[in-house]
Design a protein around this ligand. Structure first.
Ligand code: PHB
Length: 408
């Protein structure tokens, strides 16, 4: 059964007046949950999962695929994790950092969820981590790469099933240098993820002997790329490194090709440039090389099974966002299985989750002391409308977790 509440629904008795008036973020309660916000019962109540994701805006499709991936895994376990029924409360965070603390507080304070799963945008995730730490809430981040979440802000009950911004882009520096490119221009949105991904690429590229010839950026989520593309044409670098994602990535890749630059200046990027966006980019994406912890044709049984099941459930091909959501539920399943579904046994759950080894569609995945995945970073190239695996750019990459005080 699915019950959807909107902001105009009078059941939202606890909603702040400001939130009600501005209409920020719709709330949806799904599954076996009550129509009315009620405190969770100590015994036998479902595990209440708060999904805080972008269901609108430039990252809307990304949020939907995380959500679909998470639910697919739960469905495969018969609607349970570790034998415990699961219910969902859903909030649209709109990728707006300014609304993030309020949204998170609604889930934790009023809805009393057992665990929050979210989100896509690094700035929103940072606010979520802060609330999770302040309220000792379990948080699983199924995308946002903010280095801090598994760096200075790390906590035993804050997990990530995606990547750190450093992790995905550092290996690309050597790849681009090894391809013989000496002068590179970077381009991204000016916000945490863009800045951190470009910094990581620069770290790897300059270490391998490369030079950064220009750093271009525009505010998130703007898509007026024309002036910056003209600047790239003037600077004439050997190659370009880009981070954009979702709707913005579709437009950037098309604009780059429309300006004819794809024929003269090779485009490299974080894999988000072409993952989940490739169908909409069409031919404009052909030849783009990216690094990511996933590729469409990873040849392992877990990936084949995942792709088949995801297609059967949604009609879509699974992408990295779907994989990260799927693995978020798999990680939670490890924790709840260790306590036989007793969600109150948090310490034991957390210990099991920190030691988890997942047979992910992306390949083997374990967790660092900061609860960030240790995983392969793949070099991929867009061919035949797919992100095809070229090689492992760097095996078993572990984020350095700079500033994290957790041990073992
Ligand atoms: C982020 O903000 O951390 C982010 C957003 C979208 C992506 C990847 C990272 O595809």
């Amino acid at each position: 059964m699915t019950k959807k509440l909107t902001n105009s629904d009078t059941n939202l008795v606890g909603m702040s007046r400001r939130r009600f008036l501005t209409g920020t973020a719709g709330l949806t309660i799904l599954g076996g949950a009550s129509h009315f916000p009620m405190p969770a019962l100590a015994q036998g109540s479902p595990l209440k999962v708060g999904l805080m994701l972008p269901y609108s805006g430039t990252f809307a499709k990304l949020g939907k695929f995380v959500d679909d991936g998470f639910r697919l895994y739960v469905e495969q376990q018969g609607g349970k994790l570790g034998g415990r029924e699961v219910s969902f409360v859903q909030v649209d965070d709109e990728s707006k950092p300014e609304a993030a603390t309020d949204n998170m507080n609604r889930l934790v304070g009023r809805e009393k969820v057992d665990v929050v799963v979210g989100t896509v945008h690094s700035g929103v995730a940072m606010a979520m981590v802060k609330v999770a730490r302040d309220t000792n809430t379990m948080l699983i981040i199924p995308n946002a790469g903010a280095n801090e979440a598994t760096g200075p802000m790390c906590a035993p009950h804050v997990f990530r099933t995606s990547f750190s911004n450093w992790q995905v882009c550092y290996p690309m520096g050597k790849v681009v240098a090894d391809a013989g490119h000496k002068k590179v221009v970077t381009i991204t949105w000016r916000y945490a993820a863009g800045t951190q991904m470009v910094d990581a690429f620069k770290e790897g590229f300059t270490k391998a002997g490369g030079t950064i010839a220009g750093e271009l950026a525009l505010p998130f989520p703007e898509v007026e790329f024309q002036a910056l593309i003209t600047q790239i044409a003037t600077l004439k670098p050997d190659a370009v490194f880009a981070f954009f994602a979702g709707g913005g990535a579709v437009k950037f890749v098309k604009d780059y090709a429309a300006a004819g630059l794809n024929k003269s200046i090779p485009l490299y990027g974080a894999g988000f440039l072409t993952d989940g966006t490739i169908a909409a980019q069409g031919d404009a994406a052909t030849g783009i090389k990216t690094t990511l912890h996933y590729a469409d044709n990873i040849d392992n049984p877990a990936n084949k099974a995942f792709q088949g099941a995801f297609k059967a459930k949604t009609g879509n091909d699974g992408d990295i966002y779907a994989v990260q959501g799927f693995d978020g539920a798999a990680l939670l399943n490890v924790g709840l299985t260790a306590v036989k579904g007793d969600k109150a046994a948090r310490e034991t759950m957390v210990t099991a989750m920190r030691a988890a080894k997942l047979d992910s569609p992306r390949g083997p995945m374990s967790f660092s002391k900061a609860n960030n995945p240790i995983q392969n970073i793949y070099l991929r190239e867009v061919k035949n409308g797919r992100n095809e695996l070229v090689s492992i750019a760097q095996a078993n990459v572990e984020d350095p977790a700079r500033g994290c005080k957790l041990t073992g």
